[in-house]
Design a protein around this ligand. Structure first.
Ligand code: URA
Length: 257
């Protein structure tokens, strides 16, 4: 790999900044200053930049507890993205594995490993995704059966069977968490102020999937949080907005998918 790409991948700067720095003599390979940004290096070489060693790590994997209000994208000129929250390393090749809506919270894996992301997202693999939701109105056993059979949405989309579990179905409006938005208050007005808490497992990831599924049975999702994706569970010790590297054990099970 080219020296400037090696350093850019490791978050040392942009390719054009690094070309200048390398030409100024700020990079060494195996202890020898190298002025050519295009010179080839491999992971067995010892590279230093401005005197600091830079080890090459091909793939990185983070678990982020996504807060509401940030978008699931790698970069955006106006909005804060989930990748902006990974401050440890300014790698340029990170992306979120799938998307959560701006107002959805919880587990998001951030990586630069396209193959692993593909395995987790591929419709062929039907990876389980577990969510907790607060929904307007009283979720019923009939809704549970409809979700299990595979809902057909108004646009004709046939959903895969989903597991819906009712945690409570007659919460008064004033027991709802503070995190609910003003829109949620409006949605509750239509349903005599009653809401339900549920868990739902889906095995696909269509645009606004859970919101559209509940709308199809006459309910609005007021709050949505992802708790797991395949074998990876959201770490309960990870505060909203915080992230950590996936552990070796988590990586082992991910690679078995
Ligand atoms: N389903 C939704 O409607 N939104 C999400 O963010 C995730 C699943």
């Amino acid at each position: 790999m080219r020296l400037d790409k090696f350093l850019a991948d490791m978050g040392c700067g942009t390719r054009s900044e690094l070309k200048k720095e390398i030409r100024k003599g700020n990079a060494c390979v195996n202890g020898i200053p190298v002025n050519d940004p295009g010179s080839q290096v491999s992971s067995s070489d010892t590279v230093t930049f401005k005197g600091y060693p830079v080890g090459y790590e091909e793939f990185v994997y983070y678990m982020l507890n996504k807060p509401a209000g940030v978008i699931s994208a790698s970069e955006d000129s106006r909005e804060t993205t989930v990748v902006d929250l990974i401050t440890e390393q300014k790698r340029r090749d990170l992306f979120p594995v799938g998307r959560l809506d701006r107002d959805t919270e919880g587990l998001l894996i951030i990586t630069n490993d396209g193959e692993m992301a593909h395995r987790l997202l591929s419709p062929r693999h039907h990876v389980d995704k577990l969510y907790r939701a607060v929904v307007s109105g009283r979720v019923s056993d009939a809704d549970v059966r409809a979700f299990a059979e595979g809902l057909i949405l108004p646009d004709g989309l046939k959903c895969l069977p989903a597991d819906l579990k009712i945690l409570s179905s007659d919460n008064p409006a004033d027991s709802l968490p503070d995190l609910l938005s003003d829109d949620a208050d409006d949605a509750l007005c239509d349903t005599e102020g009653v809401s339900s808490a549920v868990e739902i497992i889906i095995r696909e990831g269509k645009f606004h999937q859970i919101k559209r599924m509940f709308r199809a049975v006459g309910k609005e999702v007021l709050y949505l949080e992802r708790l797991s994706m395949g074998p990876i569970r959201l770490d309960p010790d990870l505060a909203r907005g915080a992230y950590r590297r996936l552990s070796d054990k988590e990586l082992r099970v991910l690679k078995e998918i």
